[in-house]
Design a protein around this ligand. Sequence first.
Ligand code: HEC
Length: 170
Amino acid sequence: MRAGEKNILIVIGALVIVMMGYRAMHMTADEPDPGIPFYTTATAEMKREAEIVYKDNDCSNCHALWMVRNMLESVPAPPLDGIGSLRDEQWFYSYFSAENPQAILPTRLKEEYRMPSFAHLSERDRRLLAAYMSSLKVESWYLDEVKRTEYEKLTGKKYQSESHEAGIQN
Ligand code: HEC
């Protein structure tokens, strides 16, 4: 074998080893990427219309949605991503229509940080918001995380998941 051929073989050999190493690394580290767990079942039109009402009423001053919120505000309100997997449309409608939302969902916050009443909004806007909120779903593998965040925001206490509690009993 000539020196030139030998060098080519060495280079090819090295490449193969590098590629195998790269693949092996990715096969272990790369559990299939689960991606973003949040999605909506709303039509594009409903989403657009509801987000206008959402914006007009400054909901993002206190809440995160699509993982976006007003960074200048620090109200510890529950994020709304995935909230439609925890409650249904009728609940949201009653909540937005309540003169005193805290009678439905108790608060731990000072007056100015609490969920305001949106009873003054038109019937159409409250229905639209309720329908949109109930369309905000989370994939089941992330549901417990949404429950945990909501519970901790609402109560300020640590959340013990059902599976965690079951684990302690065993
Ligand atoms: C001043 C801050 C503030 C604004 C503005 C606000 N919220 Fe809230 N919201 C809260 C807080 C805080 C809670 C938790 C209950 C409480 O402490 O009153 C809450 C609770 C909720 C819940 C129930 C969450 C759950 O855990 O089930 C929904 C849904 C909701 N808000 C939607 C909205 C929408 C839609 C808007 C705009 C139309 C809005 N909020 C505007 C502070 C706010």
